[in-house]
Design a protein around this ligand. Structure first.
Ligand code: IMP
Length: 434
């Protein structure tokens, strides 16, 4: 058992991390998000009510947790405000005191969203969520971003001038490069005045607090967003997000060492999906893909876009496990494949007529776009009943166990959790990690 657990996506995002974070949060005191922004979307159910979280860590439904949004995240304050209001309206207790925000977190403002949307209309579009994520991270790296602390107290007036210059700069791009309407600097500054009032009470926690808690032995979940194959450097560049999704980013994005010992849990679907553009070797563009989309309700939680669907790609997964130092796997939506006649997994790529070295994952997106998957076929498995919680792994159908054993052998890490449905009770925890 470990004091900390790092949870990341092992594919292209949308692996069902929210549900896995929710599962482990019953045993953690703090859930800390370390990267990404409201490009993420986690669907959670409070009773019959469906809630989609984009920024607040998915541990929030457990009333004892503190949910921290770290400096590695880019935060759209309007989205955070709405999310907190929706949770409060759903009677989730003490939202105002349980959500904590780092003063160092960068803000997504109107001009970031406008630039993201305008750039996406050009020929270099990559299918972003248009939430302003890339432009906000660009401004952070360019040292012209606006952090939460920049809006606080006396700092505000100085920051207001920087915001004015930023709106002017972005307006030049918006009109001259993309032919879009200009934004009003005064209106942006007024909005920021409101954000300052709303954000101030949330900024009670800093990285020192987290370090102190870690030292005390508090159990912490480091929550990642998106997936390893969308990592800025190690994903399918340029079809990636603008932050590092690798587990090591947990230390940087929170300003706190990784807990020792720790487990790195990589979450994957029993098949594969991707939203946005970019290579996807096992994508099914036929009725098999349509079926997976229908059975798995594969539509983006953030944008509603239909997700591209395909078979599980073990070559890509093994790459993600290795580059991410993943120690355990959590497999979600295994129930969806019960509806298939048979199940395929990709075990190698063919490139221009020959099979590639089994350890090769092409790092160039154009090459990955050209590979053909080599498949191995498995029988599917019967659907299970509604409640599985704490049920022994051995009670899973043998055909599913064989599928999982093959994955484990291939990527050389064990499966710790199998999720067989959307409910909290539809999970088999085979290895206790926290
Ligand atoms: P951005 O993060 O909005 O800039 O989008 C860059 C790429 O990452 C696009 O292909 C998006 O569809 C994808 N992306 C970003 N966030 C998520 C996510 O949470 N799940 C799945 N794909 C995502």
């Amino acid at each position: 058992m470990t004091q900390g657990l790092i949870i990341v996506g092992a594919q292209w995002g949308d692996e069902g991390k929210g549900k896995i974070v929710d599962l482990y949060s019953q045993r953690a005191q703090i859930v800390a998000r370390f990267q990404g922004g409201n490009n993420a979307g986690h669907t959670l159910y409070v009773g019959d009510q469906k809630l989609i979280l984009h920024l607040i860590p998915s541990g929030i439904l457990h009333p004892h947790t503190l949910c921290y949004i770290g400096p590695g995240v880019v935060c759209d304050p309007e989205v955070l405000e709405k999310e907190m209001a929706a949770l409060t309206a759903s009677s989730v207790p003490n939202i105002a005191t349980r959500v904590r925000l780092s003063p160092l977190t960068h803000l997504i403002l109107d001009y970031h969203r406008a630039v993201d949307a305008a750039r996406e209309q050009g020929s270099d579009s990559i299918g972003t969520t248009k939430r302003g994520i890339g432009p906000a991270y660009e401004d952070r790296v360019g040292r012209r971003g606006v952090r939460v602390c920049d809006l606080m107290g006396d700092q505000f007036e100085k920051t207001a001038e920087r915001i004015r210059r930023q709106v002017q700069e972005k307006n030049a791009l918006l009109t001259h490069v993309w032919g879009k309407p200009v934004l009003d600097a005064d209106a942006q500054i007024e909005k920021c005045r409101h954000f300052a009032r709303f954000l101030e009470p949330l900024v009670s926690a800093s990285t020192f607090w987290l370090q102190h808690e870690l030292k005390k032995g508090t159990r912490i979940i480091y929550e990642g967003a998106q997936g390893i194959l969308l990592d800025l450097d190690f994903g399918t560049y340029p079809f990636v997000t603008s932050s590092h999704t690798l587990p090591g980013q947990g230390a940087i994005g929170l300003g706190c060492p990784l807990p020792q010992p720790t487990a790195v849990l990589g979450v994957l679907k029993a098949y594969a999906t991707r939203v946005g553009d970019g290579p996807f070797p096992t994508e099914l563009t036929n009725s098999d893909g349509d079926n997976l989309r229908k059975w798995g309700s594969e539509f983006g939680a953030t944008t509603g876009r239909p997700r591209r669907c395909g078979w599980l790609d073990l070559v890509a997964l093994r790459y993600a496990v290795r580059v991410g130092g993943i120690t355990h796997l959590a497999i979600t939506k295994a129930d969806i494949l019960s509806q298939a006649q048979e199940v395929q997994v990709c075990t190698a790529y063919r490139y221009r007529g020959s099979e590639m070295n089994e350890n090769d994952f092409p790092l160039c997106s154009d090459t990955l776009d050209e590979v053909d998957p080599v498949y191995r076929t498995f029988p599917s498995w019967p659907a299970l009943g509604a409640s599985l919680s704490d049920g022994p792994f051995q009670s899973l159908p043998h055909t599913l166990q064989a599928y999982l054993a093959f994955i484990e052998d291939f990527v050389e890490v064990p499966v710790a959790v199998v999720s067989m449905g959307p409910g909290r009770a539809q999970v088999v925890e085979r290895i206790r990690l926290l």
